[in-house]
Design a protein around this ligand. Sequence first.
Ligand SMILES: Nc1ncnc2c1ncn2[C@@H]1O[C@H](COP(=O)(O)OP(=O)(O)OP(=O)(O)O)[C@@H](O)[C@H]1O
Ligand SMILES: [Mg+2]
Length: 233
Amino acid sequence: MRLVLERVSCGYGGAPVLRDLSLQVRSGEVVCLLGRNGAGKTTVLKAILGLVRPVTGRIALDGQALTRLPPYRIPLLGLGYVPQGRRLFPELTVEENLRLGLRLSRGGPWTLARVCELFPVIGERLRQPAGLLSGGEQQMVAIARALCTNPRFLLLDEPLEGLMPLVAQRVLATLGSLAREGMGLLLVEQKVKAALAVADTVLVLEAGRLCFAGSRQEVPRPEALIPYLGARR
Ligand SMILES: Nc1ncnc2c1ncn2[C@@H]1O[C@H](COP(=O)(O)OP(=O)(O)OP(=O)(O)O)[C@@H](O)[C@H]1O
Ligand SMILES: [Mg+2]
């Protein structure tokens, strides 16, 4: 399967953000999208999810155009989303947050039990309001909630933010194994070295346009990307 953006331009209230952007993610592939603050990374994910409408261009999942579908239909096609800043329901319990993901599930290997196995800390906190968890724990719940939908493609917006290095390593290893099991991943990250450890393809966005696109092997050293990323690395 393929998730494809073809010459997409979009923005907010007439102000352009993405300009003529093309990219694709195939099943089993990790595409990592890098770029400095305000480059438009989150906007790419929102455009795929129908939360920002392209002015021109086409977005399609295996040939089916997403561009005209209402946003609520898009996750049902198998697109999972881990939004930047987690966006849990803080008053709901951890389990209730996860059940919201399960309600969108198309069936598959990810269950409440399996996400608790992946992140044992979640299993210990199921009955607590999500807002009481630490930032890193909430990040794990957000990833777990997206996995509970059993997506075919997973869009992750800076999922390593706030995670301790050891937990970040576990999450990255998980992302790698999800891809090996056939999921397609579009990973927005600012931790370049971590991202390169799992990426098959690396894209760098600058002011809404791609200024670098290549396989991981084509990035000689992480430092080579730093000129594109300003102070972020
Ligand atoms: N809802 C909105 N209304 C108006 N402008 C917006 C909105 N969301 C984002 N923008 C603008 O669009 C541009 C791209 O924002 P976006 O959030 O996609 O960047 P980003 O690459 O994800 O940045 P960051 O690394 O800080 O998360 C920025 O100039 C931002 O100010
Ligand atoms: Mg962002």
